[in-house]
Write a new protein. Structure first.
Length: 480
């Protein structure tokens, strides 16, 4: 029964003693010698020691592994705290006693929480550094950056994150300033192109394709190269505007000179108001779209050329007009000249072509100015002579008037029937001006004076050439 229990361990607990007892029974049955028995027992003992030794070695290794895991966990905890910049952490277990597994179990939740916090912090660093890298690329002109920025996981402190965020804010401000400057340049280019009559879109697209209105504001290039090229474009357009304005003002001056020279009517001049309106304007004052377009300048050039040709054909007429003005000034100043010789000289100069028409007219204008000065200098003398001649003429006129009055009185006494002063009121005013005089007769309602009587009276006064005016009360005579 005992042997059966040893063979079937399920029927009872199998121990080393029971097995040894069973082995002894087997040896007894077999008849093993004591020497063999001792040898086999020593072998069994050695095998048991080997098993124990292996188990101990395994236990030692397991303990060492747990200790290493605990050390690694503690080291990882220290690294995480250092990387995150945390000098203290609420979840760190205070007790360092207990079994190794207890210590590992205590530190594991803290590690999990710190790992999660590290992942979030790495994401924040990556986002900030990505934005920094993008703006730096836009400033450098290389916006197509595909490399992901490398985050230094050794320093994930909030202080370092604040430094990156501060750098990002500075770059964002610089980007905003650059974008504002780009938009100012683009607006200036737009205004200049409008004044110059140039295509704005093709102009800014040559600088950078992102500068036209089809792209959003944030998509416009803000690189150093774009800003430099925009600045050069603005300078070139401003210089072009300055040169065109100078050219247009020169043409406007020529037009006005030619118009004044040829007495061009205002209707014809008004056709070029868009040219002459900027004759005295500064560069900054010209802002009307198309005011300095090339076709407008070409139109003014064509008109100046046409007027130049017309001026050559009308030069003689204009010169003779100036000569007539000069002769009139000399005549009023009582200065004797030879007009025929002067006109012949003008004809010869024009026909020879050796003198510019503008120079000839300018010379004649100078002569006219000198003649006016000479006439003005003689004005006092001429006024005195005129007064003396007027006085002499008045004295002569008074003598004639006295003589005529005597004759008219004698004639009136011989008239039949005699004229009655009650029936006629005659007011005579003799106005002597140069070689003319006049007699005004106003008839009263009592009795009208006959035309025959007036003729007789006028003959007695030495007057003739009766002129009957539309006004029946006014009759004017020419003196002998």
């Amino acid at each position: 029964m005992a042997v059966a229990d040893a063979e079937n361990p399920l029927l009872g607990e199998t121990t080393c003693g029971s097995l040894l007892q069973k082995l002894q029974q087997i040896w007894d049955e077999v008849g093993e010698s004591d020497e063999e028995r001792d040898k086999m027992l020593l072998q069994l003992e050695q095998e048991c020691l080997d098993v124990y030794k292996r188990k101990v070695d395994q236990a030692v290794k397991s303990r060492a592994h747990l200790l290493q895991a605990l050390a690694d966990a503690q080291l990882e905890l220290s690294r995480l705290l250092s990387a995150l910049g945390e000098k203290s952490f609420v979840g760190i277990p205070d007790k360092t006693s207990g079994t190794i597994k207890e210590q590992l179990a205590a530190i594991a939740p803290t590690l999990e929480q710190l790992w999660k916090q590290k992942e979030e912090r790495v994401k924040e660093f990556s986002d900030v550094q990505t934005q920094i890298q993008k703006i730096c690329g836009e400033i450098a002109g290389n916006s197509n950056l595909s490399e992901v920025p490398v985050v230094d996981e050794a320093d994930l402190s909030l202080k370092k994150l604040d430094e990156f965020q501060g750098q990002l804010q500075e770059l964002q401000k610089e980007k905003s300033d650059r974008l504002h400057k780009v938009l100012e340049f683009v607006s200036t280019v737009h205004d200049l192109c409008a004044v110059l009559g140039m295509d704005f879109f093709s102009t800014v697209t040559e600088v950078h394709p992102s500068l036209n209105d089809s792209t959003g504001v944030q998509s416009k290039s803000i690189s150093n190269d774009t800003l430099s090229r925009l600045a050069k474009t603005v300078l070139a357009l401003k210089e072009d505007k300055k040169q065109r304005l100078q050219k247009l003002q020169e043409l406007a001056t020529q037009l006005i000179d030619l118009w004044n020279l040829m007495d061009t009517p205002e209707e014809e001049r008004s056709l070029f108001d868009h040219v002459t309106c900027n004759i005295s304007a500064s560069v900054d004052e010209v802002t009307i779209p198309g005011a300095l377009a090339l076709d407008l300048i070409e139109q003014a050039e064509v008109e100046v050329e046409r007027l130049d040709q017309l001026k050559a054909s009308r030069m003689k007429e204009i010169a003779f007009k100036r000569q007539a003005e000069l002769e009139e000034i000399f005549a009023r100043a009582h200065i004797e000249i030879d007009p025929e010789a002067a006109r012949a000289k003008i004809m010869a100069l024009i026909d020879s072509g050796n003198v510019e028409p503008s120079e000839l007219l300018a010379d004649m204008d100078n002569h006219i100015a000198q003649a006016k000065e000479e006439a003005f200098s003689r004005k006092d003398i001429l006024d005195k002579v005129e007064k003396w001649m007027s006085a002499c003429e008045e004295e002569s006129w008074l003598e004639d008037y006295n003589r005529v009055s005597s004759l008219s009185l004698s004639l009136s006494l011989s008239l039949s029937p005699p004229l009655s002063l009650d029936s006629l009121w005659i007011r005579s005013t003799l106005i002597r001006n140069a070689h003319f005089c006049s007699l005004q007769c106003c008839c009263t309602p009592i009795q009208a004076i006959s035309l025959t009587e007036i003729r007789v009276l006028s003959a007695s006064m030495g007057l003739c050439n009766l002129l009957v005016c539309p006004n029946p009360e006014l009759i004017i005579y020419h003196a002998f």
